[in-house]
Design a protein around this ligand. Sequence first.
Ligand SMILES: Nc1nc2c(c(=O)[nH]1)N[C@H]1C(S)=C(S)[C@@H](COP(=O)(O)OP(=O)(O)OC[C@H]3O[C@@H](n4cnc5c(=O)[nH]c(N)nc54)[C@H](O)[C@@H]3O)O[C@H]1N2
Ligand SMILES: Nc1nc2c(c(=O)[nH]1)N[C@H]1C(S)=C(S)[C@@H](COP(=O)(O)OP(=O)(O)OC[C@H]3O[C@@H](n4cnc5c(=O)[nH]c(N)nc54)[C@H](O)[C@@H]3O)O[C@H]1N2
Ligand SMILES: [Mo]
Length: 787
Amino acid sequence: MVFGADRIKYPMKRKNWQPGGKNFHGELRGRDEWERISWEEAYRYIADESIRIQDTYGLDSVFIPGYVASLFGNWDIGRLFALRGGYLEHWGACSSGAWGSLAKVYGLAEDTNDRIDLRNADLIVLWGSNPAWSRTGLPTYDYLQCKNANTKFIVIDIFRHATAQALSAEYVGIRPGTDTALALGMAYVLLTEDDPDSNPLIDWDFLNRCTVGFDADHMPDDATTSENFKDYVLGAYDGTPKTPEWAAEICGVNPKAIEELALEIAKTEKVSIIMSPAPSRTTNGMTWCQAIMTLGAMSGCIGKPGCCCGSDAGHSWLQGGYLTLLQGGTILGEPSWTTSGQYDMIWNPIGGASIEYGVPNGMYKQPEEPNYRININEVWTGILDGEFTVGNGEKKPCNVQMIYDTHENILNQAPGTMLGIEAYRKVEFVVAQNIVMTTACKYADIVLPVTTQWERYGDFTAGYREQMLWTSQVCEPLFEAKSDLDIAAELAEYMGVDPEQVRPLDYKQMVFNWVAAATRTKKDGSELENLVSITQEDLDTLGVKGMPQEGAVPILDLKRNGIYTYERTQDDGLDHVVLKAFRDDPEANPIGTTTSGKLEIYCQQAVDRVKACGWSEIPPIPKYMPAIEGYEETFADWGGKEKGDYPFQLVTVHITRHSHSSFANVPTLREAIDHPLYMNPIDAEAKGFKTNDTVLVTSRWGKVLRPVLLTEIMMPGVVALGQGAWAEIDEETGVDLAGCTNVLCGPNAVGCGHQAWNSCIVNVEKWTGTPLAPDYAWEPREVFKEN
Ligand SMILES: Nc1nc2c(c(=O)[nH]1)N[C@H]1C(S)=C(S)[C@@H](COP(=O)(O)OP(=O)(O)OC[C@H]3O[C@@H](n4cnc5c(=O)[nH]c(N)nc54)[C@H](O)[C@@H]3O)O[C@H]1N2
Ligand SMILES: Nc1nc2c(c(=O)[nH]1)N[C@H]1C(S)=C(S)[C@@H](COP(=O)(O)OP(=O)(O)OC[C@H]3O[C@@H](n4cnc5c(=O)[nH]c(N)nc54)[C@H](O)[C@@H]3O)O[C@H]1N2
Ligand SMILES: [Mo]
């Protein structure tokens, strides 16, 4: 990726675009030719156009997406536009699904027990979690240590994945978006078979002391209905007991297996139920975190050594470590999203600050008056239809005429890529800056080359909850590439903004500040201490401003080694057990984020939150709600079990070939790791497919081609595709050749605006046109060839 021929080498302009407005040949975006321009021309175009557009259409006519990689949307380009008065941002959880907005309201943090503690577990249930593919090394390694310590593993997933195979886990295949039905079927088993004397299955002590809403005797003060969980499961309200048979029809797990699973979890002493947020990245994911919390509470899986129940979110263990922009932080302290040592934040006057989780771009929180942002699911339709939702029954006009994509690849990674392309073609001006020619760059008018982190002074990041990484520059900037920070500061001059305010510090000083501010837990667990020690001589050697300080590691040692790993031992006493203090004494340690201070199996706050967003409503207790584009919708006739136009459910997984769309251009990776449509042979035989046949996958939102891979590890009726491939749309047919999942996934807005990547229904047919050539042999997306 760094040294590939397809690096963006110079600022480039689309040939038929010209400044001055009125959609200059917008229809040619993605198919026009490119011409090289100078940095000065590029800056002049961008400055003149953004000033013209904001003066004509308003400040919110400039849309700067703020996805994960640009958590600090008020950095570089975002900061520049914030200083000029503001711009439109988007919000809506992309990674955490419904967990991000609702788990805390029910009473769970996105957190699991410490990795060393998990070795105490007798049973670990990985419920929608495949760390071998989508967590950096350690979780799989740690689970293998648990395995060595005789922990049994059960995997509940839509496929028997690499982690399940590595751990020889027992496997339960499930349909996407139906996990709540399975949990309810299990709860029914426990409720009907439990006998406190002869067959104790339910942790009544915990339920009574620590939760509200489980039964009629423990309702919260703010309940507006008399519905409780127990009576719902037993069928008191709808005449349908949530029996294993009822659940089986929905989730696809057979009734006997549901009963056995429930009993095994309830009877085993130390059980941890761990998931990723993937099952809640569904259009009905809103009550999922509440359903699993309830099952965990019933089974005694919360707040004890070896016991936890919840989502790792990729944040607790990794502490956001897969994001290079989350610098600073602390080792073994509370998981933290905040930076330390960075210069002052400047909030976007339009988007405002979202303080929850310290995440400034509002991924997890609804924007609050007087601020507004556009929900990610409505970005493309907002631009196309001219309005977007800002609350229950409230709309705002959408004026976007300029898109500035930086640090991400929104057109590829947000749902509804085909609508996105239409939206890109509708506006007056599109800029993108990146290392390589991503989808967002391909459809732009001006493209700017940025440096990789290897061409800058360095980067500092939490690589794991127990590690800090300090990368160093390995080469000078290639061709005419510049850092985002330098681009923003230089562009500021053309836009009448003070560059000093845009770039108060240079990279070196900033990285130093992060390193200096990093902390670790003292070995005795008592408090935090500085990670690095610094002397005056170190400051002189590094050429930075700062103060000498005491710390655990000499700063130059850390710089030389590039990594610091906190040494752990089995009995170091630093184990983190989620909700332990709360379980031990809920009155003294109430949960700060719930209304009652307890775990809320009846939760009015969640009902209100979801309703306030304006897309859907949820019940106060975790009822099963069919998903939009879920299993039920694969049928034309549910009763007669007759399949409809889109008979398969599609799951879009995080794969080892790339990190989202980063590295998706690298031929070596394409060759090493294939990118097929995974399908069970039962489904494939009915269609007459053989492995490697090119198939056409069609959803309500678009069409992609992929070679099919027949594999028994897949749940029948479910197909899977790795997310992140760069859309390669054939202009004649409108079909994507690359298998970009967002050509298929639609922007179905629900809940608190999370992205429901795993609710998508599709049809799969044999492709009768030219079969796909292997994508590692495709021409690189090179826009400037030196003669
Ligand atoms: N190699 C690689 N690693 C990555 C990334 C990457 O792009 N590539 N991206 C990183 C980022 S930003 C994130 S957010 C994380 C995401 O990582 P995760 O949140 O872990 O998401 P996935 O890996 O997509 O899915 C995890 C598991 O959930 C299963 N699953 C999906 N839907 C359902 C469902 O409805 N029910 C059940 N029971 N299971 C389901 C999938 O089959 C898969 O086995 O990965 C991070 N790690
Ligand atoms: N269908 C489907 N879609 C998904 C998901 C899914 O599971 N299914 N997962 C979602 C999730 S969890 C996430 S987190 C998002 C991620 O989506 P994005 O945040 O868009 O992440 P990437 O695709 O990795 O794009 C990051 C881009 O930043 C560029 N880049 C790297 N360093 C720099 C730099 O210093 N400066 C600049 N200007 N650019 C740089 C990279 O080249 C790359 O193009 O995707 C989401 N999309
Ligand atoms: Mo993510």
